[in-house]
Design a protein around this ligand. Structure first.
Ligand code: N01
Length: 891
């Protein structure tokens, strides 16, 4: 029989009986404790189970020497209760494991949580019972738990990875795992110790083990980036900020990208000199702050491999300056992944430890471990006599602890392990389609390990408990993600992942550390604040993507995908919406031009090219300004004549500067951006006639401009792409110049406003339908609009140069761009199309803002190179990331 949540008090299980509660929780760490507290406060009956004998989760198990947090402790704390914040003072900037464990014990006592926790209890299976609409959990102690909701607060790094090295069982000495360190401690004095692994755990433990051991041998497979912690008192400035206004401090953390309220860098690497970059690096090195080092150097450090390489080299310099033996130093230099793509570490004396006479580094890249023997470790070159082996080899991260409860069976007997055979799937990293009333706290698909865990845990717990309260109020008893929502989330995760460099590293973030584990980037890379706003939006849009049912209530299913935009496009559009800008068309032509000029001042400066020259060229009515971008490579170069966007009203030869620079770099060609005249001063057909005349002049003066003789290429965006299309038609009809190819980015091709994209995207995506009406009205009288020089779609399309047409999903102009591409194709023109999903009209020209636009610009550059008969762009020319730079990704 179905019951309503919270209607009946929870029942205690006795012996092998079944305890009935509203909510069963697995885990009594940071997440489980807060869950219990909130559930209780909300009037739900709940029980938590944990294999450990006390609270603490990961901090219960990871007791190895040197274990500490590596996010500043004042950030790594609960924030849900101001009284709790006042009642506890951390003693250090980075608290030790015993202190963090004491804190969690203090929290458990303060809220009397232990009475609802079953310690020493492993949940061995969980099955959804369709008849009762409840979960039934089996435990290692026999007693079962029946619950309406099942919440896994199992942590992301709780399932240790077994050593995959032959012969461990033969070893006669002592064996320890950092992740399961004995509670009574281990006496390593005078012993020959081996540490296998150089991740965060090892890097914290190695300096302390070296102080005790007679000899320490470190077996390193992958050198990691480590930054000195400079531990001590909490930094006075940050502690003061927190004390002054804790609510504001915590609110900032919640809306930040990482869960730590530190302002990210805004300048790009190429805007800073070598000396400025070094100064920033040295400051952060001296500050000892991992989140700072990950976010505050330069804005493109986490998205651009070249920018990242600059900081990786500064790291390597530091390591070389600390480690005295050049061979050991060389082996410690991280060189197979970008900084931050694999989890970097915080250390105390790590590199200096290798200067000690009793420490040896073994580079497993040069001499892999052959086997572990009775007396020690045998590599392919040497054998080492060892008394104690410490495995610091990490975890089956993110999914290991969830799948350790096996089976978890959802609807129709489907097992979660089977569903996740090719990698985890979830909606929001919180729920799984086919598994009603199952919630994952900081599950795969949520920011989790790429964030300050305490902030992410609180956000998840609050979201889940708030939903349970709302369900109870509505008489709803089941909540389940839909397949549509889940696959949309999977796509969004993949979109976010393209923004980062994580794909260039073999790491536990992707499952690459566990042999046979499917490799997929598991955490959400879109940031803590954006993620929170998405979760909130799911609720404000009527529980989008969830099916809700209950006895006596009508089923509700508001199906759909929560994010259809590219992640950075979403951020840009949200930011623009928050600015509450007046409609551009309300400003008048001059007002709109001033607005665009101001707006452009705030954008990132374009990247350097070989040379930029401003000049003028003659046209029948006078002179037109142009700006020429020359590549840094030796000439002569092919020439692309470029026409800027702006609805024939706004912009000039400099207004698409970052885009021209970017394509100049990627194509290795000269870009000449033409300052054609605008309406309303110069209405149709001045813009197109100017542009045609400019193209003729540039063709005639190609060699003077440093260009290669031969056909020109033409490219343009928006109204500029309209001009490109018209120029190609005029060049064909008026006897030249010869055009070798046309790039049309979001072109205006027709004066009709009834295509679906005009309705679908009428507002909300910056270029609005009303703005397009305004542009047309200013530019061209209705009587002239069907002239092919205004609406090239209405012209003769045969015999045009090959075209590359780019359209964006959320653009009013989308359908007329597609129509033009298709019509040219029908007329026999060679056409390629890029239909950019999740992008808006300005995506590709917002260089270094809409980073997901990079791959589109690579494709545009390659199209231009094909038109020019050049080989496809090399990695350096064409991509922001050069995977061949990193052996991890290449191998
Ligand atoms: O584990 P890891 P960890 N043969 O996976 C090596 C968090 N944490 O326990 O890189 C030889 O990072 C492996 O080599 P490779 C933090 O998020 C936080 O250190 O795979 N070597 C690597 O060097 C961290 O990232 C704190 O080539 C083998 C090491 O073992 C996460 O926990 C402290 C091997 C494993 O490193 C995990 O850290 C500690 C093999 N067969 C941890 N298998 C704080 O400060 C693996 N390795 C909060």
């Amino acid at each position: 029989m179905l019951d309503v949540i919270g209607a009946a008090p929870g029942s205690e299980a006795t012996g092998g009986g079944t305890q009935h509660v509203d909510v069963a929780v697995v885990g009594a760490g940071f997440a489980g404790l807060f869950l219990l507290h909130r559930l209780r406060q909300a009037g739900f009956t709940a029980v938590a189970m944990d294999e450990a004998d006390d609270v603490g989760g990961t901090w219960y198990w990871n007791r190895y020497p040197g274990a500490r947090c590596d996010i500043q402790t004042l950030d790594y704390s609960y924030s849900f209760d101001p009284e709790l914040e006042r009642a506890w003072t951390w003693s250090e900037k980075y608290a030790t494991q015993p202190e963090i464990l004491r804190y969690l014990g203090f929290v458990a006592d303060r809220y009397d949580l232990r009475r609802d926790i079953r310690f020493g209890t492993r949940v061995s299976a969980a099955n959804w019972d369709e008849a009762t609409q409840r979960w039934l959990l089996c435990t290692s102690r026999g007693a079962k738990v029946s619950s309406r909701f099942y919440i896994m607060a199992t942590g992301c790094l709780s399932a240790p990875k077994p050593p995959e090295i032959e012969g461990v069982k033969d070893f006669k000495g002592e064996v320890y795992f950092t992740s399961r360190w004995p509670h009574q401690g281990v006496d390593l004095n005078g012993k020959r110790v081996a540490v296998i692994g150089t991740g965060s755990s090892a890097i914290q433990a190695i300096p302390l083990i070296a102080e005790q051991a007679s000899h320490l041998t470190v077996f390193q497979r992958t050198p990691n980036f480590a930054l000195p912690a400079h531990n001590g008192a909490a930094p006075a400035d940050r502690a003061a900020l927190l004390k002054q206004d804790p609510a504001a401090f915590r609110a900032q953390a919640r809306m930040s990208m990482t869960g730590v309220p530190l302002p990210p860098a805004t300048e790009f690497s190429f805007q800073l000199s070598d000396a400025e970059r070094r100064e920033r690096f040295d400051k952060l090195w001296a500050r000892g702050d991992l989140v700072g080092m990950l976010t505050q150097l330069w804005a493109d450090q986490g998205t651009d491999a070249e920018a990242n390489a600059l900081l990786a080299e500064l790291f390597r310099e530091k390591i070389r300056s600390i480690v005295k033996d050049p061979e050991t130093a060389a082996a410690l230099l991280p060189n197979d992944h970008p900084f931050g793509a694999k989890r970097p570490c915080l250390d105390t004396n790590y590199y200096a430890t290798f200067n000690r006479p009793n420490v040896t580094l073994v580079n497993l890249r040069q001499e892999p471990v052959a086997s572990i023997t009775a007396s020690g470790i045998q590599t392919e070159k040497r054998s080492f006599d060892i008394d104690v082996i410490v495995f610091a080899t990490g975890f089956d991260a993110m999914t290991g602890a969830i799948k350790a409860v096996h089976p978890i069976t959802g609807r129709d007997g489907q097992s979660l392990t089977d569903l996740w055979a090719n990698g985890p799937q979830s909606y929001l990293g919180l729920t799984v389609a086919g598994f009603p009333n199952l919630f994952l706290i900081t599950g795969p698909g949520s920011p989790s390990v790429l964030s300050n865990m305490s902030v992410s845990i609180e956000q998840h717990v609050d979201w889940v408990v708030d939903r349970l309260i709302a369900l109870r109020e509505a008489g709803v008893t089941t909540m389940e993600a839909t397949a549509v929502a889940q696959s949309g989330w999977t796509r969004h995760l993949a979109d976010c992942a393209t923004l980062t460099l994580h794909r260039l590293a073999n790491t536990w973030y992707t499952g690459a550390n566990v042999p046979g584990k499917p490799q997929v980037l598991m955490p959400y890379t879109g940031g803590v604040g954006p993620y929170r706003s998405i979760c909130d939006e799911v609720v404000s849009r009527g529980m989008l993507g969830f099916r809700l049912t209950g006895p006596g209530v009508a089923e509700q299913c508001n199906d759909g995908e929560i994010v259809r935009l590219q992640p950075d496009v979403r951020l840009v559009l949200n930011m623009l919406a928050e600015m509450q800008l007046p409609p551009i068309e309300s400003l008048g032509a001059q007002g709109a031009r001033d607005f665009v000029a101001e707006f452009n001042k705030a954008r990132p400066a374009g990247r350097p090219v070989g040379e930029v020259i401003d000049g003028t060229l003659p046209c029948p009515d006078g002179a037109l300004a142009y700006r020429l971008y020359r590549p840094a490579t030796p000439g002569p170069h092919g020439i692309v004549v470029y026409f800027h966007g702006g609805g024939w009203v706004l912009g000039d030869e400099q207004s698409d500067d970052p885009f021209c620079r970017d394509l100049c770099r990627r194509t290795g060609m000269i870009f000449v951006s033409v300052g054609y005249r605008h309406a309303p001063e110069h209405r149709f057909p001045v813009a197109v006639e100017d542009s045609y005349a400019a193209t003729q002049w540039i063709a005639a003066h190609a060699e003077e401009l440093g260009g290669r003789p031969g056909p020109l290429l033409v490219a343009g965006w928006s109204a500029g792409a309209n001009i490109v299309a018209v120029t190609c038609q005029l060049a064909r009809d008026r006897g030249g110049p010869e055009i070798g190819g046309q790039l049309l980015l979001c072109p205006v091709t027709d004066c009709r406003f009834d295509r679906p994209s005009y309705t679908d995207n009428a507002t909300g995506y910056f270029l609005t339908r009303s703005l397009m009406y305004w542009f047309w009205d200013i530019y061209c009288s209705p009587a002239d609009r069907s002239d092919p020089r205004a609406s090239p779609l209405r012209g003769n399309l045969a015999g045009l140069p090959p075209a590359y047409v780019v359209t964006c999903e959320f653009d009013p102009l989308r359908d007329e761009g597609v129509a033009y591409a298709e019509a040219m194709q029908t007329a026999g023109v060679a056409v390629e199309q890029l239909k950019a999903k999740g992008h808006f009209h300005s995506s590709f020209v917002m260089v270094d803002v809409v980073v997901t636009g990079v791959s589109g610009r690579i494709q545009m550059a390659n199209a231009l190179r094909r038109f020019a008969g050049l080989p496809q762009a090399t990695e350096q020319q064409g991509q922001r990331t050069d995977p061949s730079r990193f052996s991890a990704a290449a191998g």
